[in-house]
Design a protein around this ligand. Sequence first.
Ligand SMILES: [Zn+2]
Length: 401
Amino acid sequence: MGMMIGKDRVMGPCRAVGHSASSSSSLARRSFSLGSRRSVSAVSATLESRDTDAASSGLDRLVITAPDDWHLHVRDGDVLADVVPHTASEYSRAIIMPNLTPPVTTTRLAEEYKERIRRQVPQGSVFEPLMTLYLTDNMPVDEVYKAKESGILAFKLYPAGATTNSDSGVTDVRNCFEVFKAMEETGVILLVHGEVVDPKIDIFDREKVFIESTLQVILDKFPRLKVVLEHITTKHAVEFLETAPDNVGATVTPQHMLLNRNSLLVGGIKPHFYCLPILKREEHRRAIVDAVTTGAPHFFLGTDSAPHPDRNKLSACGCAGIYSAPMALPIYAQIFEEAGALGNFEKFASINGPAFYDVPRNQHKLELVRETWEVPKSYKFGKDVVVPLGAGTKLNWRVAC
Ligand SMILES: [Zn+2]
C-alpha cells in the first residue's frame, strides 16, 4: 500500500466521460474556498477565491490505490446512462443505495437493478456495483439469508420520511430486531441514515438525537452488528465514532467536509447545497475535517452523490441531494491537502472502506494530478440537466486519464 509519488505505472480507471461545455463567468473564475486549520474564520461557504498556496503540499501528482465510493445514488431508468459512467471512470466499486420508487426490498429486485447498472458501465472499466436492500417494517428474516447468499453486503435503514424516497422506511427500529439478529449472525452490514424524523426535533439536531436515542439502542442490543453511520455531519457523530468499537464506521461526503450552513443560507438560499442530513455549523464541519484527515479507520469515503433534475432542485419544495460523483475526489484531495494531511487521503479513499467491509483492496491505482479545471455548470441527466457540487468553480486536483 502507501501512496506513491513519482513515475509508477498507473492502471486505474480513467475518466471516460467528457464534461459538458461551460462558459466563463465571474462565478466560473472563482475557486472553492476551503477552511484551513490556521484560519477558522475563513468560511468555506463563500466560494470566494483565496490563496491556497500556503496549504499546498508541493506535490504535483498523487498515485493511490484505486478508491471506492461507499455511498452512492445512481437512480434508475434513462439517467443511469448519464451518471453511472461518472462513477465507473474513477471508482472501482460503489455501494448502491436502494431508495428507488418502489424501493429495492428484495434480493431479486437488487439483482435486476445491478444488471441495469452494469449495462451502463463503459467498456474497459472494472467498476462493480455493490448492492444493498432497503429495510422496511416487515422485511422477512429469510431475505437476510437470501441476500447474503447472492453477495449483497448491506441493508439500508431509512427512518420513514427522513429523506428522498424514504416513505416506505422503518417506523420503529424494534420492528427490525429479528432482521438485525440475522444480519449480526451473517455479517450483513447495517447502513443507517442517522436522523430522527420526529417533527418536534429541530432539523439541525436530528443526527445527534438519532445517535443517542436509536443508534445506541441498536448497538446495545446487537453488539456484534456491523453498522455504518452514513454521511456524518456533526461533532457528536465524530465523538461517537471515536469511542465506538471496530464494528461501527462512518461515511463522509465532500459537502460535509467543505461547506457549512452559512453556505446554504447566507446571501440567498442555495438549493444546490441542500442535502440531508442538512449542512451544519462551522464547528461541526471543522470537527469532521479534523477527525477524518487523521486517516482514522472508522471513516471512509462515501460521496452520497444524489442527482436530481435541476427543476426539482429549483422548486418551491426543492429536493435534498447533491450531485458530486464527477468532482468528489478532487474536492476531498483538496481538503486533505489544506489540512496538511494529503498522506492520509489514500486511507480514507481506498483503504479504510475495504477493511471495514472485509473485501479486498483494489489492486490497481488511480492518479490525481495538480491541474486547475473548472467544474461544468451542468451535466446531462436524461431529458433534464443536473447541476453538480461546485458548478462553475475551479478545483486544484484532477483525476488523470
Ligand atoms: Zn444517501
